[in-house]
Design a protein around this ligand. Structure first.
Ligand SMILES: [Zn+2]
Length: 76
């Protein structure tokens, strides 16, 4: 999956098992930096925990729907 596809429908969270942090990755900023043609695996290899500086290589993908709309359905 490519970054541009992820950015339109998904949210990505970086996970650190060591200190149990979960931080949302800003896909639009990443796309501006790297371009949209970046593979998910390339993003995974860049993930680093801000607290312990470990490269965790662990990410969670959350389906958010077009423009994040699908998430709102939970609250109706
Ligand atoms: Zn950590």
């Amino acid at each position: 999956m490519l970054l541009k596809d992820l950015a339109s429908h998904f949210e990505l969270y970086a996970v650190c098992g060591a200190c149990r942090r979960m931080a949302r990755i800003d896909l639009h900023r990443l796309a501006a930096e790297l371009g949209g043609e970046v593979e998910l695996d390339a993003i995974r290899s860049r993930v680093r925990c801000r607290a312990c500086r470990r490269r965790t290589h662990d990410i969670r993908i959350v389906y958010a729907g077009p423009c994040g709309g699908a998430r709102g359905f939970h609250y109706r």
